[in-house]
Design a protein around this ligand. Structure first.
Ligand code: HEC
Length: 300
């Protein structure tokens, strides 16, 4: 009996599923992704390096509040190996030749009551000839928490997963070590859900998560990922069940505000050689006008 009901429901859901949203009608938000070099959580949260720490900690100012306007300048300085921060740190010891400091990306999101859709559009900078990841010209990775479940994610975005001891970072000891969250707890929701588009032929999208380490499979929420070069720009779309349902999937529900960030590995790059967004927030059909880095994802 139960089986039949589920089967019928399944057909109903599939039959009634909406097509992708009409993106023309969805507001787009420009986000400047910048080259972060070795700006780890430890660096951005150390007052001697970054004078803003008391504002972040005591006044709860998110990165985007101060840097939405100057993220391109930050990227320019870091990518050229210029000293930054109050400590005049060189956050890129090996400035990659020919790399730009930032990429403006148009971000859109919508939902239909059962799925959420994300769309990213940007004009790629010129490729250099340094192919670190030979398979994938582009990887786009998004991470989000479970609605305030990861301490500091509302302020730091993805920086909570980025540490100075990761591979290719300043204090790296293990060239396999990837993202993690201190005091992560999968059962308690203290983890970042992770979804990734990979452009390589035959490469599969990733539906994973980051807790005490990075997991590149186990999620069941991702329905479809598409990426294509349209003329001179890239367009990547994700379609994900709101409910999630797999290991390391956060359920996306109406009454919560989710913290997210995303990164683009351009130009066949790998590890930290990506462009990253500041931390943003989204919620479903909920206006939060006084929070600048919040995006209201409305039903289409
Ligand atoms: C209250 C405003 C404010 C907030 C919030 C803030 N910053 Fe900064 N940030 C600054 C200022 C001012 C500088 C210039 C150097 C300094 O004073 O330390 C800076 C410098 C930087 C730099 C070095 C680039 C440069 O031009 O010196 C990076 C990277 C950076 N911030 C990243 C972040 C990240 C990531 C966050 C969120 C965790 C963040 N900032 C939050 C104000 C802020």
């Amino acid at each position: 009996m139960k089986k039949t009901v589920l089967a019928v429901l399944g057909v109903f859901v599939a039959g009634g599923a909406m097509a992708a949203p009409d993106w023309e009608k969805v507001p787009a938000r420009k986000m400047t992704l910048f080259f972060p070099g070795q700006s780890s959580l430890e660096w951005v949260m150390n007052k001697a390096d970054h004078s803003a720490v008391p504002d972040i900690v005591d006044k709860k100012r998110p990165c985007a509040k101060c840097h939405e306007g100057d993220a391109n300048e930050i990227g320019d300085k870091i990518v050229k190996g210029q000293p930054v921060g109050s400590s005049k740190s060189v956050l890129e010891p090996k400035p990659p030749k020919g790399k730009v400091g930032s990429i403006p990306v148009m971000f859109q999101a919508a939902h239909d009551g059962s799925k959420i859709y994300f769309r990213f559009e940007w004009v790629p900078p010129q490729n250099t000839d340094n192919k670190m990841d030979k398979k994938n010209e582009v990887k786009l990775t998004m991470m989000f928490d479970g609605g305030g479940t990861v301490d500091g994610a509302n302020l730091n975005g993805c920086w909570g997963t980025c540490h100075s001891d990761l591979r290719s970072m300043k204090d790296a000891k293990d060239d396999k070590k990837t993202k993690y969250i201190k005091d992560a707890d999968l059962a308690a929701g203290k983890f970042m859900d992770l979804i990734q588009y990979r452009s390589g032929k035959g490469e599969k999208p990733v539906d994973g998560w980051v807790d005490k380490e990075r997991h590149m499979e186990g999620g069941k929420g991702l329905v479809k990922v598409e990426g294509k070069k349209e003329g001179n720009k890239w367009v990547v779309t994700f379609e994900r069940n709101l409910a999630g349902g797999g290991k390391g999937d956060h359920a996306i529900v109406a009454d919560k505000v989710y913290n997210f960030g995303f990164a683009i590995h351009e130009d066949y790059s790998e590890a930290r050689y990506h462009y990253v967004s500041l931390g943003y927030q989204f919620g479903l059909d909920k206006a939060v006008p006084d929070v600048k880095n919040y995006i209201n994802v409305t039903k289409q």
